[in-house]
Design a protein around this ligand. Structure first.
Ligand code: DMJ
Length: 671
C-alpha cells in the first residue's frame, strides 16, 4: 500500500527501508551534535576559548548588523542568542575557571549603570546618560553597583600576599629579607598637606578620577585586551603602531594612572590581565620601537618602581628584548620598526631616504638606562649610550639636530628641525637623563644646554602681539608654525631652568612660561576651548590653525603637561585655572556615553568626534590633570622624572623606589 507524500508523489519505500533511513538520519544528527559540542573538548580548553572568542568577535558582525551595543548590553540581546551564549559561557567557565578575561556580566551591567551617573558633573546630560533601564533591572544594577562601591573601600593588597603599612613598606611573610617597599596606592602624598584638605581641589581631583573610571570602564566593556577603544561604535581600535595585535595598550599605558588615583580594583584587573595575557612571544607583529618603548617598557618600569612587583620587571625586559634586533645597524642607531618574531627591522618609507627619526631613536634613554639598573644587565644602557655617542660626535648644523638620520651611513637626512613632531622628545630626554641619573650624567646635560642655546637663537620667536613660540626650521627657512606636540616644551624649558643655576636660568623660565601661555591661547581662541594639532603665526593670525588638517584635537596631553610642571615650579594659580577650563572642555566636547573621543575641528561649535580613545589619554592627559590638582608631595619632581608618555621613573639617589639591582653583570655575560 502506498501513501501519498507531501508533494503528491507515491512513496517508494517499505517500512524496513524507512526504519533504516531513520537510523541513518539519527546517526547523522548525533555526529553533527558531537562535532559542535564535543569535539572542541578533545583539543583542550584553549581551543574552546579560541572558538568562544571567535564567536564573540564575529557575533556582532555576522548575526547582528545593528549597532554593536547589542553584542555587549544584555538588555538588547536576542533572548535565544543570549540563552545559547550563556550555555556556552557556562561550559567554558566550568572548563577554564576564572581565566576568561572578559569582565563578568554583572560588572559590565554595573558599569553601564554607573556610566549613567557620570554626566552629572558639568557634562552635556543628553550626551552622557545611559539609556534608562527597566525598573527591576535597575534595582539589581543598583545593588551590584553598591556592592562594587563597598568593595572599593575594602583594602585589597596590591600584591598577592602582603599587607601595606603606612609608610608604604610591605612585609612579605614577616621575613625582613624579603621586604618590598611600595609607593602607597594613591601616590603617597602627605595627607595633612593643605592641598589635600582643600575641598575644591578634592572635588576637582574626584572629577578627574571619575573621568578615568569612565574611560577605563568603557574600554573594559567594549575593548578589553585590545589596544584602544572606539567610544562611538563601541568596538576596539588598533593603530598601526601596535602592529595590529591585541597588546592591551590601554591597560599597560593606563595602569600607573589608576595606581596614582587609588583605583585599586581597576588596577588589580589590569595587573591580572598583564600577568595572564601580556606577551610578545609567538606573535609576528611589526612594532614601532619608539611607541612600544615609551608606552609598554615605560609603563611596566613605572609599575615596577611603584610596587616592586617582579612581574613588571620581567615584562619590561621581555618587551625591550623584542626591540633589540632593531639596533643591529652599522651605526647602532635603531630602525623605527621591528618584527617581534623574525627580528627583521626597517624604517618608514617616507622618512627622508630610509632615515631613522630623531624623536624616536632619541627617546629610549630613560627606559633602557633604568632597565639596566634594575636588571643588572648593562646591555640596554650600552645600546642607548651608543646612540648618544653618535649624536654627540656628529656635526650639528648651526648647533641643531635635524629630524632624520640615516642608520647605515650615520649622515643626516633632510635638514628639518622641530621641537614638535619628529624632534620633540629627544630634547626632553637629554634633560631628563641628567635628572634621572641624580644629576651625574653631565654629558646629557651639556648636550641639552648646547641644543637649547641653538634652539633659543634659531627657532624661538615672539609674535607681534607678544606670544612666544617655537618655529620649525626647514633648511634655512623658519616655518612659523608650532605643533601641539611642541607644547610640552613650556614645561621642559621651565624644568631646565629650575634645576640648573646658570646664566640662562631666568630667560629660560620666561620662555617656558611664554610657550605655555601661547599654548593656552591656542586653546581659548577655539570655540571648543581645546587646542588644534598645529597653529601658526603670521601678519593675519596668531596661535590659530589655518589648514583643515591642523584643526583636529586627539586628546593630546602636552599643554596640560606644561600646566602641571609650571604649577609645581611657580604655584601660580592660573595654571590650575587653565587646567580646570580644559577639564570642562573635555567633558563638554570629548565625552560620550562610552568613553572619550578626539575632535575633527576645534573651531566648530559642535565638532564631529573621531571615535578613538587614545591610550595616552589615560596614560598622560588624565594623569597630568589629576596631578595638577594634587599636592606637591604626590610624585614630587625632585624624586620622579616623567618619561615622554607620562610614566614616572624614579631619580637615582633621591628616590627609595629606584630598586637598583645589587649586582651588575659584565656586558659579555649579560648579552
Ligand atoms: C605621546 O605618545 C607621547 O607624549 C609622545 O612623546 C608624543 N605623542 C603622544 C601624545 O600626544
Amino acid at each position: 500500500m502506498y501513501r501519498i507524500g507531501p508533494i503528491g508523489r507515491k512513496s517508494n519505500f517499505h517500512s524496513r527501508e524507512k526504519c533504516l533511513i531513520g537510523l541513518v538520519l539519527v546517526t547523522l544528527c548525533f555526529l553533527c551534535f558531537g562535532g559542535i559540542f564535543l569535539l572542541p573538548d578533545n583539543f583542550g580548553g584553549d581551543r574552546v576559548l579560541r572558538v568562544y572568542k571567535h564567536f564573540q568577535k564575529a557575533g556582532p558582525e555576522i548575526f547582528i548588523p545593528a549597532p554593536p551595543l547589542a553584542a555587549h548590553a544584555p538588555r538588547n540581546e536576542d533572548p535565544h542568542f543570549m540563552g545559547d551564549r550563556q550555555r556556552l559561557e557556562q561550559k567554558i567557565r566550568a572548563e577554564l575557571g576564572d581565566i576568561l578575561d572578559e569582565p563578568p556580566a554583572a560588572q559590565a551591567a554595573a558599569a553601564v549603570a554607573a556610566a549613567g551617573e557620570a554626566g552629572a558633573f558639568g557634562a552635556d546630560a543628553a550626551n552622557v546618560q545611559a539609556p534608562a533601564p527597566a525598573a527591576a533591572l535597575d534595582e539589581q544594577l543598583e545593588q551590584e553597583r553598591a556592592e562594587a562601591e563597598d568593595a572599593r573601600h575594602v583594602a585589597v593588597p596590591v600584591l598577592a600576599a602582603p599587607a601595606q603599612g603606612d609608610s608604604g613598606t610591605v612585609s612579605t611573610h614577616n621575613n625582613p629579607a624579603q621586604q618590598i617597599i611600595q609607593l602607597p596606592m594613591g601616590g603617597g602624598g602627605n595627607e595633612e598637606a593643605p592641598d589635600t584638605l582643600d575641598a575644591t581641589l578634592e572635588e576637582r581631583r574626584q572629577k578627574i578620577k571619575e573621568m578615568m573610571e569612565h574611560a577605563w570602564r568603557n574600554y573594559k566593556l567594549y575593548a578589553w585586551g585590545k589596544n584602544e577603544l572606539r567610544p562611538l561604535s563601541q568596538r576596539p581600535h588598533s593603530g598601526s603602531i601596535f602592529g595590529s595585535y591585541d597588546l592591551g595598550a590601554t591597560i599597560v599605558d593606563g595602569l600607573d594612572t589608576l595606581y596614582i588615583m587609588g583605583l585599586e580594583n581597576e588596577y588589580r584587573e589590569g595587573r591580572d590581565w598583564i600577568e595572564r595575557k601580556f606577551t610578545l612571544d609567538n606573535i609576528s607583529a611589526e612594532l614601532s620601537v619608539f611607541e612600544t618603548n615609551i608606552r609598554f617598557v615605560g609603563g611596566m618600569l613605572t609599575l615596577y618602581a611603584f610596587t616592586g612587583d617582579p612581574l613588571y620587571k620581567e615584562k619590561a625586559q621581555h618587551v625591550a628584548d623584542k626591540l633589540l634586533p632593531a639596533f643591529q645597524t652599522p651605526t647602532g642607531i635603531p630602525y623605527a620598526l621591528v618584527n617581534t618574531k623574525s627580528g627583521v627591522a626597517k624604517n618608514y618609507g617616507w622618512a627622508s631616504g630610509g632615515s631613522s627619526i630623531l624623536s624616536e631613536f632619541g627617546t629610549l634613554h630613560l627606559e633602557f638606562a633604568y632597565l639596566s639598573d634594575i636588571t643588572g644587565n648593562p646591555l640596554y644602557r650600552e645600546r642607548v649610550q651608543t646612540i648618544r655617542q653618535v649624536l654627540k660626535e656628529i656635526e650639528k648644523p648651526k648647533g641643531l639636530y635635524p629630524n632624520f638620520l640615516n642608520p647605515k651611513t650615520g649622515k643626516w637626512g633632510q635638514l628639518h628641525m622641530s621641537l614638535g613632531a619628529l624632534g620633540d622628545s629627544y630634547y626632553e630626554y637629554l634633560l631628563k637623563a641628567w635628572l634621572q641619573s641624580g644629576q651625574t650624567d653631565e654629558e646629557a646635560r651639556e648636550m641639552y644646554d648646547e641644543a637649547m642655546v641653538a634652539i633659543m637663537d634659531k627657532m624661538v620667536r615672539t609674535s607681534p602681539n607678544g606670544l612666544t613660540y617655537v618655529s620649525d626650521l626647514k633648511f634655512d627657512r623658519l616655518e612659523h608654525k608650532m605643533d601641539h606636540l611642541a607644547c610640552f616644551s613650556g614645561g621642559l624649558f621651565a624644568l631646565g631652568a629650575a634645576t640648573r643655576q646658570n646664566e640662562h636660568r631666568d630667560k629660560y623660565m620666561e620662555v617656558g612660561k611664554g610657550i605655555t601661555n601661547t599654548c593656552h591661547e591656542s586653546y581659548i581662541r577655539a570655540p571648543t576651548q581645546l587646542g588644534p594639532e598645529a597653529f601658526r603665526f603670521s601678519d593675519a593670525v596668531e596661535a590659530r590653525a589655518l589648514r583643515s588638517q591642523e584643526k583636529y584635537y586627539i586628546l593630546r596631553p602636552e599643554t596640560f603637561e606644561s600646566y602641571f610642571v609650571l604649577w609645581r615650579l611657580t604655584h601660580d594659580q592660573k595654571y590650575r585655572d587653565w587646567g580646570w577650563e580644559a577639564v570642562l572642555a573635555l567633558e563638554k566636547h570629548c565625552r560620550t556615553p562610552h568613553g572619550y573621543c578626539g575632535l575633527r575641528n576645534v573651531y566648530q561649535q559642535e565638532p564631529q568626534k573621531d571615535d578613538v580613545q587614545q591610550s595616552f589619554f589615560l596614560a598622560e592627559t588624565l594623569k597630568y590633570l589629576y596631578l595638577l590638582f594634587s599636592d606637591d608631595s604626590v610624585l614630587p619632581l625632585d624624586e620622579w622624572v616623567f618619561n615622554t608618555e607620562a610614566h614616572p621613573l624614579p631619580i637615582k639617589g633621591a628616590n627609595q623606589y629606584y630598586r637598583q639591582a645589587p649586582v651588575t653583570l659584565p656586558v659579555s655575560n649579560a648579552s
